[in-house]
Write a protein that binds this ligand. Structure first.
Ligand SMILES: [Zn+2]
Length: 262
């Protein structure tokens, strides 16, 4: 029997964070993530950086070293009350300035206010967006559709979710703990102590892959692209990422670009 819910280096669980709106607290939060070896994605509104020089943008990008910079529309307009044309502009202008900041193609997003519809999804896809997060709590499964990626919980209820997640024994169906929020909600030292203890409590586990949102998307796509023989004994991995699967309870690595015969 083949099992595909295996992640880089054979890890069985994934933890990811995602924080919206790019406020000053991001700097301290990203420091906490790096301190504990976890990763997160920061969804930013480009209009905040419109007057920055390239040098200032680079300095801001350093806040997010090791993390992912991602879209949240240029000026945080509600996609529900925005015209189609304006939404295209909002996403493309956001991508443009964030790409100057990040130095790589920025193709992830989270919906401002969590609002989305079929049409909003289509527009975002046409703008090159490959995943977008909502604000709807939805357990620990990998997303069925990355364009409506529902997280596990907000940081405000993270402790309960963390306990449930690590106690579960069904990492095949429920491998992903996804905590989202806003760093501007951490106002007092108690708030900061709480988020640090949340991060510390998920960190340092041997069976867990700490990944940004886009890394999860790209790994999942690489697994989907595996080419499998009819007898399910030969696997060709056409992607640039090593892929891991489990066959008859044994872990198998299928290196990028290679064919593996069991
Ligand atoms: Zn927001």
């Amino acid at each position: 029997m083949i099992q595909y819910s295996v992640f880089p280096e054979g890890k069985r669980r994934i933890v990811t964070f995602s924080f919206d709106d790019g406020q000053n607290g991001d700097r301290r939060l990203a420091d906490i993530f790096r301190k504990y070896g976890v990763k997160g994605t920061f969804h930013l509104n480009g209009s905040m950086y419109k007057n920055m020089s390239d040098e200032e943008l680079k300095a801001r990008a350093a806040w997010y070293d090791g993390m992912e910079i991602s879209c949240h529309t240029y000026s945080h307009l509600s996609p529900l009350v925005t015209s189609k044309t304006a939404l295209v502009t909002e996403i493309m202008k956001d991508r443009e300035i964030l790409e100057r900041m990040a130095g790589y193609p920025v193709v992830g997003m989270s919906y401002p206010y969590g609002f989305y519809s079929d049409e909003i999804v289509r527009i975002a896809e046409d703008c090159g967006i490959v995943y977008s997060r909502t604000t709807k709590d939805n357990g620990f499964g990998l997303p069925v559709n990355f364009m409506t990626w529902h997280p596990s919980c907000k940081h405000t209820t993270a402790e309960t979710a963390i306990e449930t997640f690590f106690q579960r024994n069904d990492s095949v169906r429920s491998p992903l703990l996804y905590i989202w929020g806003h760093s501007f909600e951490f106002k007092t030292e108690e708030d900061w102590a709480r988020i640090e203890s949340i991060v510390a409590s998920v960190a340092g586990r041997d069976d867990t892959w700490y990944a940004t949102n886009i890394e999860i998307y790209r790994y999942t796509e690489a697994v989907k692209r595996l080419v499998i023989s009819t007898d399910e004994k030969t696997f060709y991995n056409p992607s640039v990422l090593d892929v891991y699967i489990e066959v008859d309870r044994k872990e198998v690595k299928i290196p990028a670009g290679q064919t593996v015969r069991l």
